[in-house]
Write a protein that binds this ligand. Structure first.
Ligand code: ZN
Length: 285
């Protein structure tokens, strides 16, 4: 099943360009907003499994919002691919990698225009994002896939000057400018994927491939991350986990490379879809 947020309403996606309005198709039982659907995920999946897609109508991907637009929490994981840890100047973590927040005001849908902060170094991080479908604490790794509603594409866009300045890094702020957390184009349930633990993820800047990795290379897999996080925190329906980025970010290059105004970043994951961000300069008053 593919679930999207079309202009604030939950839709099931048929093909690549048709959408069925969940609220209308379920006679008002689910939707129209996305948040309540994650709160009733098991019931929703049961309904969606038998709902036909007859009556789906064409839509424009530019009208899609974040598949989970109001998460209570957005977690992001650093240094979760060995080659990315190396390019960042760190040993690959053997215990839990760094965990930091991305703030909700940075969240967006898949096709957006993003303002480049003046004086900053804006960088890309394509990431697999897990969307949580159940309230959970202390879940075992073997059971952790069961608490995932589905997967989506994310980019953990990062402004490196703010991120790295000060006596200690400011990961949360440097990665939370408006539009710095694009997600989408939709949530895909893992039964739709050939291998949910081994997905190709790529990122291109204009037409140059800057990142090309596989989620099988994650140091800490999706279920392991959930098991580790829930030793400390409670996860809630609709929460997002940005699971880390593969090698190829701009700050790790020699010479370094950052996004320029006018450039387009495309982030894609096999079996899910793609994000498209175009960057514009910050207007000076
Ligand atoms: Zn990241």
């Amino acid at each position: 099943m593919r679930l999207a947020n079309l202009s604030g309403r939950a839709v099931l996606v048929a093909g690549d360009a048709e959408a069925l309005d969940v609220h209308k198709a379920s006679d008002g039982r689910f939707g129209p907003e996305l948040r309540g659907i994650y709160d009733n995920w098991t019931d929703f999946v049961g309904w969606a499994g038998q709902a036909g897609l007859d009556g789906a109508e064409p839509f424009d991907v530019a009208d899609l919002g974040a598949p989970s637009p109001e998460p209570r929490q957005i977690f992001a994981i650093g240094l979760n691919y060995s080659a990315h840890a190396a390019e960042s100047g760190f040993e690959a973590p053997t215990d839990l990698p760094p965990v930091f927040p991305k703030f909700q005001s940075s969240l967006s849908g898949p096709v957006t225009e993003v303002v480049l902060p003046a004086g900053g170094n804006t960088d890309w991080e394509v990431e697999l994002v897990a969307v949580i479908g159940r309230e959970v604490t202390r879940v075992a790794e073997a059971d952790a896939w069961d608490v995932v509603a589905g997967l989506t594409v994310g980019n953990d866009i990062s402004e490196r000057v703010v991120q790295l300045r000060g006596p200690a890094p400011q990961f949360g702020l440097g990665k939370s400018f408006p539009g710095f957390s694009p997600t989408g184009p939709w949530l895909v349930t893992t039964d739709e994927l050939d291998d949910r633990d081994n997905l190709t993820l790529t990122c291109t800047l204009d037409d140059e491939v800057v990142q090309d990795g596989r989620t099988s290379e994650l140091i800490m897999s999706v279920p392991r991350l959930i098991a580790e996080l829930t030793k400390v925190v409670t996860l809630y329906p609709g929460d997002l986990i940005f699971t880390g980025t593969p090698a190829g970010v701009g700050v790790g290059r020699e010479p370094q490379l950052f996004v320029a105004a006018g450039q387009t970043l495309v982030s894609s994951i096999e079996g899910i879809g793609e994000l498209r961000q175009t960057f514009v300069p910050e207007e000076t008053p």
